[in-house]
Design a binder for this molecule. Structure first.
Ligand code: SF4
Length: 330
């Protein structure tokens, strides 16, 4: 039996855990290639028009997996990874949306409820039903999960050493060595969900574009969870949604960090939580006098628009720095 895992949504955060777990159980895993126009078209066909772009893309990957011969799909119901918060409602309803969309296709959906007090979701209660589905006893499932957790912790520790999810994943999978980090004159705090930043269709490969502009980039997954908790504690009221809180906390951390020269927020059209946090960030960055730019993308956004805005933003930061330096030395 081949289990399909869509290369979308939290794939970039949890794939080392999920993939290792299934492999340790002796189950074959297939994933989808990076998002293409064909995949997004499949997603648009099977989604309601008003839903956000990442969900349309997820749906496209689901149908791509079915077309590639997946026998069952792993569509976890991501509930919560912190006390008193939940995932965005789209995550909570994802297995139901997929079940409805694929009802005329012959496939099984594995949708365990994922709930944990921290982002480490490797708890037996979350994965026991998967083991049972594949006729594994509790001990075998627990052992597979322990090994998967070890790989995922290594992956997260690489993130926290400053490697992007893509770099850490290539390293973990033995595809590439870790790149050498160099100090650049400009550092950007890049805000955005992993499924926006690392999906080359949504973000138009913003990380590579920034790398080509010769700047350092810091993303939320590179910041230790403990550090991210501090700005949230200072708020009168945290946001309700797990990853939105992480992104907002990263933004607050970037505002306070003198090494960050400017902040870019990549957001997808029709994202409810981002409409709150984007506005909050706009207000707070204005008060802190830190340059902040929002890049909102949908399935029609052109690449030249993105290139021009990134280049202009980085140029402005370099010129500002030049002016500041001039003032100090004169
Ligand atoms: S947080 Fe925003 S982009 Fe992510 S699934 Fe929810 S609505 Fe969509």
């Amino acid at each position: 039996m081949r289990v399909g895992i869509p290369r979308a949504l939290l794939y970039w955060y949890y794939i080392p855990l999920w993939e290792t777990f299934f492999k340790e159980l002796g189950v074959e895993v297939i994933t989808t290639p990076p998002t293409t126009k064909g995949i997004i078209n499949k997603g648009i066909k099977h989604s309601v028009p008003e839903i956000c772009l990442p969900i349309k893309i997820y749906m496209g990957h689901v149908f791509e997996l079915l077309d590639r011969g997946a026998d069952c799909l792993f569509i976890p119901r991501m509930v919560s990874i912190k006390k008193m918060t939940t995932f965005c409602p789209k995550f909570l309803g994802m297995p139901d949306m997929v079940r409805f969309a694929v009802e005329d296709r012959n496939c099984r959906i594995l949708s365990p409820h994922i709930k944990a007090p921290t982002e480490n979701i490797a708890r037996l209660s979350n994965f026991i039903e998967i083991g049972e589905f594949f006729n594994k006893d509790k001990k075998t499932t627990a052992r597979a999960l322990k090994r998967a957790e070890k790989v995922w912790l290594k992956y997260r520790s690489l993130n926290m050493q400053g490697y992007t999810c893509a770099e850490a994943l290539d390293y973990i999978n033995g595809k590439a060595p870790l790149p050498v980090k160099e100090k650049k004159d400009v550092t950007i705090g890049l805000m955005g969900y992993v499924y926006n930043i690392y999906d080359s269709f949504i973000s138009m490969d913003v990380l590579t574009k920034l790398k080509n502009l010769d700047v350092n980039v810091l993303t939320f997954e590179m910041i230790k969870p403990k550090t991210l908790n501090a700005p949230i504690k200072k708020l009168n009221k945290a946001l309700f949604w797990d990853f939105s809180n992480k992104i907002f906390a990263a933004g607050m951390h970037f505002l306070d960090n003198p090494n960050i020269d400017g902040i870019i927020h990549v957001t997808a059209f029709n994202c409810g939580p981002d409409s709150f946090l984007g506005k909050l960030m706009e207000i707070k960055s204005e008060a802190c006098k830190k340059p902040f730019m929002t890049i909102r993308v949908d399935e029609h956004t052109g690449e030249s628009h993105m290139n021009t805005r990134l280049e202009a933003f980085i140029d402005m930061l370099r010129r500002r720095d030049f002016v500041k330096t001039g003032e100090v030395t004169s």
